[in-house]
Design a protein around this ligand. Structure first.
Ligand code: HEC
Ligand code: HEC
Length: 240
């Protein structure tokens, strides 16, 4: 999971590594701006956070998902967070154990609705607001939503290429009762979402700067689409 690496290179992570010695980690509650000057994993995801005036900004939470509107590490697409921690009950319309269709359309009955997403987003934004302006905070989450949309689109493009390979009989997928993950073009499809789309989203969510573009980021997503297309054309030519 790249979360820590992304955090490490982010402004927050570099501030953490240079200033942590002067922060008081044992203080409960933790006062933003006083006990620490940049958020840690816990400050953003689970800790009780209070303002300098002593008001509770977010309650301590026992599960990390209390503050998460989205499942970024999606199978196959990023999507609204699942309602139940037991994700084994999820079936999409095609009957597959996936939280979205192969087109990216969410299996909505198993996922939180837009009202719940909005509530969690507000909770998250309140943490940022202890140190940043509302414009800064809103822009960050607008960029994240944009990243979710574009990475899902690039995953859809890759899914269409692998689906064409299945339909034309140059790769064997579920319809042919074979694993959809074992052939070359299928492995490249998996790389698209499991590695590149997820890394790009993590970098966007946690302000990992260059990670989103370079280290397994957007560049790789577009190169991978190119390579998948080339390979599909090769397979189709060989078949003729
Ligand atoms: C500045 C606040 C911030 C910090 C610090 C931070 N995160 Fe995050 N994290 C986010 C945001 C925002 C998201 C995306 C919200 C969502 O998925 O709904 C996220 C998403 C995640 C996810 C994906 C969750 C999912 O289900 O897809 C993981 C895992 C994660 N963070 C782990 C970590 C770890 C580990 C650290 C410390 C190394 C960390 N985060 C530090 C803000 C932060
Ligand atoms: C405890 C204070 C604190 C909290 C809480 C906090 N930040 Fe920050 N953040 C900082 C500081 C300090 C900087 C560095 C500012 C600078 O370099 O001018 C920073 C920088 C950033 C940057 C710029 C990154 C870059 O590469 O230039 C972004 C984006 C950001 N924060 C987003 C967020 C978001 C979103 C949240 C809430 C999920 C959040 N921050 C919560 C203190 C905080």
């Amino acid at each position: 999971m790249p979360a820590y690496k992304v955090y490490e290179v982010s402004k927050h992570g570099t501030l953490f590594s240079s200033h942590q010695k002067s922060w008081d980690f044992n203080k409960v509650p933790w006062t933003a701006g006083k006990d620490y000057t940049a958020p840690t994993c816990a400050a953003c995801h689970v800790s009780l956070v209070v303002s300098e005036g002593g008001d509770v900004i977010t309650e301590m939470s026992h599960k990390m998902s209390d503050r998460l509107p989205w499942r970024l590490m999606g199978l196959i697409y990023a999507h609204p967070y699942p309602k139940s921690p037991d994700t084994s009950i999820i079936r999409n319309k095609a009957g597959l154990p996936l939280p979205t269709e192969l087109t990216g359309e969410p299996a909505a009955q198993y996922l939180i609705d837009s009202k719940e997403m909005e509530k969690r987003l507000k909770t998250f934004q309140n943490i940022c607001l202890t140190c940043h302006s509302s414009e800064w905070t809103e822009n960050h989450f607008k960029r994240l939503e944009n990243t979710i949309r574009t990475t899902n689109e690039m995953t859809l493009t890759a899914t269409k290429i692998v689906s064409t390979a299945w339909e034309k009989g140059v790769a064997k997928g579920l319809a042919q009762k074979d694993s959809p993950f074992n052939e070359y073009i299928e492995k490249k499809w998996v790389e698209q979402w499991l590695f590149y789309a997820n890394s790009t989203r993590f970098a966007s969510a946690m302000a990992g700067a260059d990670y989103g573009v370079f280290a397994e980021g957007r560049w790789y997503m577009s190169r991978n689409i190119q390579e998948m297309l080339d390979h599909l054309h090769l397979l189709l030519r060989q078949k003729k």
